[in-house]
Design a protein around this ligand. Structure first.
Ligand SMILES: Nc1ncnc2c1ncn2[C@@H]1O[C@H](COP(=O)(O)OP(=O)(O)OP(=O)(O)O)[C@@H](O)[C@H]1O
Ligand SMILES: [Mg+2]
Length: 446
C-alpha cells in the first residue's frame, strides 16, 4: 500500500515504460524510447544517484527544442524509480492559483515529493475465526434498537487456538466489518481496530458468498503476536494530518478549515516528529522527485524559493524542463539562459535533448499509432513524418487521433494520406497560427 501520489499526466506518454538502458547504455529502441541516447544515459545516472540517496537537494534541467522528448525523459525517470519513490509533477503555470500563494503551492508540491517510510510494530490478535458469538443488548436511549454488548470469539492459528471475550467497541467493529466464521482477521490490541485479511483457505463452510473473496492460509505462530507494518506517506500527508488535528473547536463548529495553507509551525512539528522517528529507527526518509515542466512560466520569486529549497535539509530532487533559449526571467527585465536566474542555473545539472532525425520521428509515430491502436498506411506515416520534421513531433503525434477519426468517418479502416492532409488543413500548428495572427493582427482582439 502506498499513499504516495503518482504521476497522472501521462496521456501522450503512455508508451514510455522506462529509459531503455542496458548496463547504463541506451538501446536505440527499448521501453518505448527511440533515440535521444545521450539524454537517456544521463537520466540513467541520475536515477542511480537517486536510488543510492546521493541526489537529494540537487536540481536538474532538461533543456531542448519543443517536441524533443523532455517530458518523455522525465516520465521515463519516474518509471525507473518504481512505485516507492515519490514522483510529483506540475507545470510551471500551476503555481498561479487563486487560493494559495505561489510559494505555498511550491512548498506543498515539494513536500509531496518526500516520502516517509514508516515501520510500525503493533501487538495484534491474529487467526482464523472458528467461533463467533455476538451478544446484543437494548440501546440505553432507544429501546427499539439493539446494539452489541460484547462478543466471544475463537481465533485459531496453525499452532494454537484462543478464546477471547471482547467489549462492545470491538463487537461493533466485528459487525461493521462483516466478520464471519471462516474469516482470517486481526484485532489491534491497543485500538481494537479489526481488519479482515481474507477468507480462510482451509475453512470448508457453507459457500453462499457470491462476491469474489481472497483466500488466505491460516496464520502460523501464536494468536497474540507482534506484527510489523510498513507504509509510505509523504511529508505533505503528515502536514495535513497534523494541521487538521490542531483545528480545535473551530473545525468542530464550522466543519474543518477552509483555507488549505499550512502554517510553518505545523511543518516544523512534522519535521521534528519525522526526525525523531528516523532517530528511533522507526522511519526512513525517501527523497523523491519534484518535476516542474514548462519551467519558464516560473517567476523570479518562485526561482528564489527553489534556490533556497535546494539548500534546505529536507529537499527532493528537483527536475526542471524548458524549451526556451535566452529569454527574460518572468517578473523582471533581465535576460538569462532559459529565463532562469544565474544563481539557480549555477546549481543545475543540465541535460540537453536534440532534434530527432527523420527515421526517429517515423519510429516514434509508429509506436504512438500502435499505442493508440491506430492503423495507418505506410504512405500516410511517411507524410506525417514529413510534417513532424517540418513542424514539431508533438504536433505530428497529436494529429494521429483526429486523422484516424477522419478515416473512420469516411469508411476507411486505416489512416491514408488523404486523412492526414485533411486534418492538417483543419488544425494549425504553432508556426501557422502565429503567422495567421500576424497577418490578421488588426482584426484580432487586443
Ligand atoms: N525518445 C522518444 N521516444 C519515444 N517517444 C518520444 C521520444 N521523445 C518524445 N517522444 C514522444 O513524442 C511526443 C513529444 O515529446 P515531448 O512532449 O516529451 O517533448 P518535449 O520536449 O517535452 O516538448 P515541449 O518542449 O513542447 O514540452 C510525446 O508524445 C512523447 O512521448
Ligand atoms: Mg514537454
Amino acid at each position: 500500500m502506498s499513499a504516495v501520489t503518482r504521476f497522472a499526466r501521462v496521456g501522450a506518454h503512455s508508451h514510455i515504460k522506462g529509459l531503455g538502458l542496458k548496463d547504463g547504455k541506451a538501446l536505440p529502441k527499448a521501453d518505448g524510447m527511440i533515440g535521444q541516447l545521450k539524454a537517456r544515459e544521463a537520466a540513467g545516472i541520475i536515477v542511480e544517484l537517486i536510488k543510492q540517496g546521493k541526489m537529494a537537494g540537487r536540481a536538474i534541467l532538461l533543456a531542448g527544442p519543443p517536441g524533443t522528448g523532455k517530458t518523455a525523459v522525465a516520465i521515463a525517470i519516474a518509471k525507473e524509480l518504481g512505485e516507492d519513490v515519490p514522483f510529483i509533477a506540475i507545470s510551471g503555470s500551476e503555481i498561479y492559483s487563486s487560493e494559495l500563494k505561489k510559494t505555498e503551492v511550491l512548498m506543498q508540491t515539494m513536500r509531496k515529493a518526500i516520502g516517509v517510510r514508516i515501520h510500525e510494530i503493533r501487538k495484534v490478535y491474529e487467526g482464523l475465526v472458528t467461533h463467533l458469538d455476538i451478544k446484543m443488548t437494548r440501546h440505553p436511549y432507544n429501546p427499539y434498537q439493539q446494539i452489541p454488548e460484547s462478543a466471544r470469539i475463537t481465533l485459531k492459528t496453525k499452532s494454537e487456538e484462543r478464546r477471547l471475550s471482547v467489549g462492545s467497541a470491538i463487537a461493533m467493529e466485528l459487525i461493521q466489518k462483516g466478520i464471519r466464521e471462516g474469516d482470517v482477521i486481526w484485532i489491534d490490541s491497543e485500538t481494537g481496530k479489526v481488519t479482515k485479511v481474507g477468507k480462510g483457505e482451509e475453512h470448508t463452510g457453507e459457500k453462499y458468498d457470491v462476491e469474489a473473496e481472497t483466500y488466505v492460509p491460516t496464520p502460523t505462530g501464536p494468536v497474540f503476536k507482534e506484527k510489523e507494518f510498513v507504509y509510505t506517506v509523504t511529508l505533505h500527508d503528515l502536514d495535513v494530518q497534523v494541521h487538521s488535528r490542531s483545528g480545535g473547536i473551530f473545525s468542530l463548529l464550522f466543519g474543518g478549515r477552509e483555507e488549505k495553507e499550512i502554517p510553518p509551525d505545523v511543518r516544523q512539528e512534522v519535521d521534528n516528529l519525522v526526525k525523531k522517528w528516523v532517530d528511533d529507527g522507526r522511519a526512513e526518509i525517501i527523497p523523491g522527485v519534484m518535476f516542474i515542466d514548462e519551467a519558464s512560466a516560473l517567476d523570479i520569486e518562485a526561482f528564489s524559493f527553489l534556490t533556497r529549497a535546494i539548500e534546505s535539509e529536507l529537499a527532493p530532487i528537483i527536475i526542471l524542463a524548458t524549451n526556451r533559449g535566452i529569454t527574460k526571467i518572468r517578473g523582471t527585465d533581465i535576460e538569462s539562459p532559459h529565463g532562469i536566474p544565474l544563481d539557480l542555473l549555477d546549481r543545475l545539472l543540465i541535460i540537453t535533448t536534440e532534434k530527432y532525425s527523420r527515421d526517429e520521428i517515423r519510429e516514434i509515430l509508429r509506436i504512438r499509432a500502435e499505442e493508440e491502436e491506430i492503423k495507418i498506411s505506410d504512405e500516410a506515416l511517411e507524410l506525417l513524418t514529413e510534417i513532424g520534421e517540418k513542424t514539431s513531433l508533438r504536433y505530428a503525434v497529436q494529429m494521429l487521433t483526429p486523422a484516424y477519426i477522419h478515416a473512420k468517418k469516411n469508411g476507411r479502416k486505416e489512416v491514408t494520406p488523404k486523412d492526414v492532409e485533411e486534418v492538417k488543413r483543419l488544425f494549425a500548428d504553432v508556426k501557422e497560427s502565429a503567422r495567421y495572427l500576424k497577418e490578421h493582427e488588426e482584426e484580432m482582439l487586443k
